[in-house]
Design a protein around this ligand. Structure first.
Ligand SMILES: [Zn+2]
Ligand SMILES: [Zn+2]
Length: 249
């Protein structure tokens, strides 16, 4: 009784807000989304024919999208769940810049409902795209690491830490074009104390968003040079427009 009273009081003081638009959710309504953002098909994963590298939907017979076609790839493939637009974009921006850990119950639920676990059958370990240490300290968390942890709980694939390190702060990239981004992340990643764990292993590299693929590719270069057998990616979203408001490259 007392517990219910306190939770009622807490709800009055800090009413739950929609994970997408931050509207207050009425006290008699359960769930993580307001009436406007929730409901049938609120989060629709990418389906149908997709680019073999980045997961963008393809409506031609091509194997790769035009963006991937003109690049060299170290990353074997990237499995993205959603397009970076609408609700998914708002959700990721909230996760990334504001509410991180407090959103993970909901994010885990979305992952659970939408991922195809068979896509991870090959993976020995999950590794999150690292943030620059000082930046992670300022933010208090690394959203890629939060996603990696959630994915690990769902799939049973262990997360490896202290393998991949980010040597340089590469913030404020969202205004750069593909070539500038690629140059900017070149040589940014190095290997940490736990690097021997990846020898001959299949790695699943996790990030929140795949934009140009430059970050994922640079991470993959570092992991393969450290002896990993193969590196595939998983991102919550893939951006159709390579010039986005995200600082993920
Ligand atoms: Zn909402
Ligand atoms: Zn592509």
């Amino acid at each position: 009784m007392l517990k219910r009273f306190f939770s009622f009081l807490l709800n009055l003081l800090y009413p739950p807000r929609c994970m997408v638009c931050r509207e207050i959710i009425p006290i008699n309504k359960k769930g993580y989304l307001c009436a406007k953002c929730g409901g049938e098909g609120a989060f629709t994963p990418i389906t149908g024919k997709t680019c073999a590298k980045c997961s963008l939907p393809l409506n031609t017979a091509a194997y790769l999208c035009s963006n991937c076609n003109r690049k060299t790839h170290s990353l074997e493939s990237n499995y993205a769940l959603f397009l970076y637009e609408g609700r998914e974009r708002e959700l990721i921006l909230n996760l990334k810049y504001h509410f991180g850990p407090s959103m993970m119950k909901f994010i885990k639920q979305i992952l659970k409902e939408n991922i195809n676990k068979e896509r991870f059958a090959e993976a020995d370990y999950i590794i999150a795209v690292p943030m620059y240490k000082r930046k992670e300290k300022e933010r208090g968390y690394n959203q890629a690491h939060l996603l990696a942890g959630a994915l690990s709980e769902i799939t049973g694939i262990p997360v490896l830490t202290d393998v991949l390190l980010r040597q340089k702060d590469t913030a404020a990239q969202s205004k750069l074009n593909y070539y500038a981004r690629q140059k900017n992340v070149s040589g940014v990643f190095s290997l940490g104390n736990n690097k021997n764990a990846i020898l001959s292993k299949a790695i699943l590299l996790v990030d929140d968003i795949y934009t140009t693929g430059s970050t994922m590719n640079e991470c993959s270069v570092a992991l393969l040079s450290g002896g990993a057998k193969i590196v595939n990616g998983f991102t919550f979203c893939v951006a159709a427009n390579q010039k986005t408001d995200s600082d993920s490259l």
